[in-house]
Design a protein around this ligand. Structure first.
Ligand SMILES: C[S@@+](CC[C@H](N)C(=O)[O-])C[C@H]1O[C@@H](n2cnc3c(N)ncnc32)[C@H](O)[C@@H]1O
Length: 404
């Protein structure tokens, strides 16, 4: 299935395809919050944003102000069938899996080394877009995804995995469940021949309890079917566990964060592995903020509610304004987040048993600069650097690496 073409309807002309390709190259993980470029390792030549991508956003301010009154504004639950899926829009505007994967490989080589990372676990995976890209680039790779949202997981099964070809389903295991209770999670069926399996994501200890042979690099999963008969599927011990797009902010309590980090560590291969997550911050992250980024077919809006300085919590809403359909997908995604600090994350990772913790930070364009800059101009070519100190900025983004 070709993701992204049919949903926007009809045949695409060459020029439109070029635009979409450019948008894909330019979208960034950090664009999730601050609409930054993600050009760190992706060395694809960029087309000048002042060229084809120049957009007229003179009406955008008004469009934003009118959002709540607009008759065409829709709730995502009432999404009609001819509308692009909110998951597709999210993947196109928010995620940048190739950039993330480049950093994952780099971190693995730096902090573990001695072998190539093949086995990934993507926690809080949503539509497991990162896992899909992980599998695409090397046929030896496997991926495990875990998320609470079965709609997103099923969307992945129907829209992302088929693009991998025949062996895609056999190399990915998607689990529906809570990262705090991974053993209770259930396998979303990856075999189109079967309907559903109730398989729980188990870790090394459970394998041993259930009599699985001990292995250096295999992590079994206990399979429990409806008749409670235990069988096994074998998952390799993961080389890398990741939690991206600030997903750890979904966990609000310190004890939960430590518990989650312990589960992540347990899933890593006994031969060594890394846990990688990301975080954003800066003075602008602790205030109300509304940012937008324009794509060829839609505008993506990040809305940040007031910031509670005692609980360090905020609510983030993502909206999509569809040009062709003249519709607004308001609150397509909405998250209640606790904004953890870097030292809090380090302490919790250490408490969970990680041997060392490393910060890779990049300065982000100021929010005012982003609002002034058209297209993809802001923040080009800024790379993440490993840092032990970093002065406060309007906005920053960080990868945090825990080495097991
Ligand atoms: C910010 S989204 C990130 C999605 C995806 N990882 C990405 O990179 O864009 C957070 C995801 O975490 C999931 N989630 C939130 N709390 C969770 C939990 N306790 N266990 C598992 N998934 C959770 C949500 O369903 C959502 O898909």
């Amino acid at each position: 299935m070709t993701v992204g073409v049919s949903l926007f309807g009809g045949e695409m002309g060459k020029r439109e395809k070029q635009k979409q390709r450019q948008e894909r190259r330019n979208r960034g993980r950090g664009s999730f919050s601050y609409l930054q470029e993600d050009q760190d390792i992706d060395d694809t030549p960029r087309i000048s944003p002042s060229g084809e991508e120049a957009v007229d956003d003179s009406n955008e301010e008004q469009e934003e102000d009118d959002a709540d009154d607009d008759e065409a504004t829709i709730n995502h639950e009432n999404q009609s069938h001819d509308m692009p899926s909110k998951f597709l829009l999210y993947q196109q505007s928010v995620q940048s899996p190739k950039g993330d994967i480049s950093y994952l490989q780099k971190f693995f080589l730096m902090y573990v080394g001695g072998r190539i990372a093949l086995h990934l676990q993507e926690d809080f995976c949503g539509t497991a877009f990162l896992s899909t890209e992980w599998l695409r680039s090397d046929s030896r790779r496997t991926a495990v995804g875990l998320d609470l949202d079965d709609e997103a997981l099923n969307w992945c099964m129907e829209n992302n995995i088929p693009s991998l070809g025949a062996d895609g389903f056999s190399r990915i295991s998607l689990f529906h469940g809570n990262v705090l209770q991974p053993l209770q999670s259930k396998l979303v069926n990856t075999d189109p021949q079967k309907l559903v399996s109730n398989i729980s994501l188990a870790q090394n200890e459970e394998n041993m309890q259930a009599g699985m042979p001990e292995s250096d690099d295999l992590t079994g999963s206990v399979v429990q079917d409806d008749t409670f008969t235990k069988t096994y599927i074998t998952l390799p011990g993961r080389d890398i566990v990741c939690a991206f797009n600030y997903s750890c902010c979904c966990l609000h309590k310190r004890a939960d964060l430590v518990l989650y980090f312990k589960h992540a560590r347990d899933a890593l291969s006994t031969k060594g592995g890394i846990f990688v997550m990301d975080l954003y911050g800066g003075t602008s992250s602790e205030d109300k903020l509304r940012l937008q980024r324009r794509f060829h077919n839609f505008t993506y809006v990040w809305e940040q509610a007031e910031f509670d300085i005692i609980q360090r919590k905020t609510r983030i809403s993502l909206h999509f304004h569809l040009k062709k359909e003249q519709r607004k997908l308001r609150h397509a995604f909405s998250y209640s987040w606790r904004l953890w600090t870097l030292p809090e994350i380090r302490d919790c990772l250490e408490e969970a048993g990680f041997r060392s913790v490393h910060f890779w930070v990049r300065d982000m364009p100021d929010s005012t600069e982003i609002m002034k800059t058209e297209g993809f101009g802001a923040g080009k070519n800024v790379k993440y650097e490993e840092a032990t100190t970093f002065q406060q900025q309007d906005s920053w983004n960080a990868y945090i690496v825990g080495v097991a």
